[in-house]
Write a protein that binds this ligand. Structure first.
Ligand code: ADP
Ligand code: ADP
Length: 229
């Protein structure tokens, strides 16, 4: 089946205490899945396993039916993109920041990614150039602007899996809705996982997975879960 499958996955860090226990869920190709759970419930650990940065202690993760193994993990990492809550931007030009993900990309490709990330408008307003320097020595970007630059940078990787980890948790509603609009337009083009500790950005998710203490407590469609709570 197309997409990712997390199958009976557990994970323990160094001290051996499991922080993720027997988790099973699917990330259907082209769909938007939301992973929600309180702080410390294991969301980032699951993200790191999906990204190929951590290996499950037990169980397996399959991509289009093929298990991620030591052999193919590096190749898989090239197919994923990750947008964290705290975006790292170089104190350099917008173009340089975007080209971290795609060194060979021409300006047209960079603008296309900015448009998809709802970031082209404010870059045009800065002075219309990709050579605008951002950061301490240049233009100060708001949290939402940095987040949209980070989304554009993630898209330049042409990922098959895009993970947004608390990417909108600190943003105001205007910026949240711009990111939501981007995700809406990306639906169908890649597999998307949004992660949050509160159920703010999940209304548009096709599917919601809820965890607590490293265990699954719910999985289903948002409307159904909402009706129950
Ligand atoms: P969430 O993303 O939901 O906040 P995490 O996956 O970050 O949850 O953490 C799950 C549990 O694993 C927490 O109890 C956390 O303290 C623990 N943990 C996270 N990272 C490490 C680590 N590198 N070493 C040991 N324990 C960790
Ligand atoms: P907030 O957006 O929540 O107000 P800050 O603006 O204080 O957060 O910035 C948070 C972090 O991002 C700080 O480490 C800061 O140095 C860095 N930062 C701020 N503006 C930029 C920028 N334009 N480009 C890159 N990093 C920045």
């Amino acid at each position: 089946d197309a997409g990712l499958n997390v199958r009976d996955v557990s994970f323990a860090y160094g001290d051996g205490t499991p922080v993720v226990s027997g988790i099973t869920f699917g990330l259907p190709a082209g769909k938007v899945t939301a992973l929600i759970g309180p702080s410390g419930s294991g969301k980032s650990t699951i993200a790191d396993m999906l990204l190929g940065l951590l290996e499950p202690t037990d169980g397996s993760i399959l991509v289009d039916g093929l298990e991620i193994t030591a052999k193919n993990r590096r190749a898989w990492r090239d197919q994923v993109a990750y947008v964290p809550q705290d975006v790292f931007l170089l104190h350099n030009t917008i173009a340089a920041n975007l080209r971290l993900a795609a060194p060979q990309a021409g300006d047209e490709e960079l603008w296309a990614a900015l448009r998809k990330a709802q970031a082209a408008d404010f870059v045009e307003r800065l002075d219309g150039r990709l050579e605008t320097v951002v950061g301490d020595r240049g233009v100060r970007l708001s949290g939402g602007e940095r987040q949209r630059i980070a989304l554009a940078r993630a898209l330049l990787r042409k990922p098959s899996l895009l993970i947004l980890d608390e990417a909108t948790s600190a943003l105001d509603w205007q910026n949240q809705s711009l990111i939501a609009q981007s995700i809406e337009e990306l639906r169908g083009q890649m597999t998307i996982l949004t992660i949050a500790h509160r159920p703010s950005m999940i209304a548009f998710a096709d599917w919601v997975v809820a965890i607590e203490g490293g265990r699954m407590v719910e999985v289903g469609q948002y409307r159904r879960l909402k009706a129950k709570s």
